[in-house]
Design a protein. Sequence first.
Length: 167
Amino acid sequence: MKEEWKQIARSQFGATIDMLENSIEACPEEIWDDGTRDFSSYWYMVSHTLFWLDLYLSGTAENFAPPAPFTLDELDPAGVIPARTYTKDELLKYLRHCREKFREVVKNLTGEKANEICKFGSTEMKFGELLLDNMRHVQHHTAQLNLILRQRTDYAPPWISRTKSNL
């Protein structure tokens, strides 16, 4: 894989992770855990986003395990909300884990790896395409989080064109 393309991936996917991080940090406690226990809870959307970011960076569900205290409940087809609300600190730590994992994935990305077929349920795509799909998934939920912030606080973190992180 050409280094130029790796740098573009680092810059843009990194910016996506940065934007998610800013949405987490900008969320006031009364919105973070507003007492609702459903899929629209702010903290749950963050948890869901990070779980799938982590899983898709793995390229397979085989032998995948998120870091503690997170579980594989997200894979339950019935849809399971975690038993407790995850804190900002826990989810920011998970975000740092995902950022480091992304850094390693891109560092080690080869043309062969990018063309490797990945399967998740009925979805099948090349790993390179899965990376782009993963970035879009994070962007999708970050936009939802920012909409909630804008509607409830009249503020949402600004757009980031490229990451400032050393990826």
